[in-house]
Design a protein around this ligand. Sequence first.
Ligand code: NAD
Length: 417
Amino acid sequence: MSVYDNVTKQFNKAADLMKLDPDVRQILARTENEIIVNFPVKMDDGRIEMFRGYRVQHNNALGPFKGGLRYHPSVDIDEVRALATWMTWKGALTNIPFGGAKGGLQFDPCECTCNEMERITRRFTFALGNNIGPEYDIPAPDVNTNAQIMAWMVDTYVSTQPPHQRQANVHVVTGKPVESGGSVGRDKATGQGVVYTIEEWAKEKNFNLKGATYTVQGFGNVGSWAARLMKQHGSKLLAVEDASGAIFNPDGIDPDDLLDYAGKNKGLISGYPKAEPIDHKLLLETKADIFIPAALENQITAETAPLLNVKLVAEGANGPTDPDGDEILQKRGIDVIPDILCNAGGVIVSYFEWLQNKRSEFWELEEVDSKLYKKITNSYARVGQTAKKHKTDWRTAAYIVALSRLETVYKERGIFP
Ligand code: NAD
């Protein structure tokens, strides 16, 4: 099954259960716009290379299209479609005035120099042209894109605007460096949201996070922040995996120390001297309380779900569990905090950044964190109540909350003409 098939299956399950209005169902079952741009980039050795970029805009009934940009060799239109659709559900679930979009470029950033990355990003932004815009479609970081990429994007986008309108357009992307109009707390926001939802789960289960054990897949923005914030609870990180391999230490791995090491090792964890290398299967089999997948889609499947030896899967990544994997986790009594809830901290604080830009304000970290806490824990409570009411799993409940909001808006506004 493709990633988009997974989204469709999740959507159909929730739509059937809640008896979603058939007209609204038809609308939400499709993406609104799918933009493909092809553009040339001059590489450092003077060669011209052609790139293909995608931007899929799923729905903007609740507000401007919103979603990250991914640079990865596996990016294709199917994956971007799925990621765009999840963004619509995420905005609707957390009650922020954004729709859903996602974009990406299929290439391997590890094979490019910093100068090439800048030129690729600027040409991609230029090629997207007015398909993005601060009140229309607002990109953000995702896999292999970061605040620096967002700074190049905003600079390129505003350079194409008339001089007197440049400053008014800096909210065309979020996740910018703080000095270039970003928000404090955006960098850690997704990992922070993951940990806030884990805290809620722990409260509900009367489970003590102090001394609890956890494993993490993906040690980039989301995984490394989630790991470091779990450390503040006194929880113990037993195993980590990234694109370079997996490592394990039964006495615990210090995520801050590991991040320092990775910073000097091209961002990778392989070769970390204070843990032993293990293979992918052993990482999944590691006995721990919590597993935080924070890398790519389709990691927990019919083959791998039986291997997990945890109480909770907190989905930092988008789509880490496919429908077969989900069924097995449910049967095995493993709780899941679904992606559209668990990793929504990123888009919530992106919304705060967008608001600050529009109002020329700079909020303090305490304000950002407390507003994020309120939004994500309210959404958590709503999903819990909905799961009880419909006697269903948490992912389906999260979809029902999101779809109900979209259904209400479509019914109120009707269809033009
Ligand atoms: P990132 O590029 O900062 O980090 C990705 C990490 O995954 C890296 O450590 C990389 O080595 C690792 N990885 C890649 N392939 C892997 C593989 N096959 N096995 C194990 N590890 C692998 O990306 P990120 O921003 O942290 O995003 C991670 C996930 O979180 C994605 O699913 C993304 O869509 C989702 N997400 C990100 C944000 C955000 O704000 N950045 C928000 C919501 C959701």
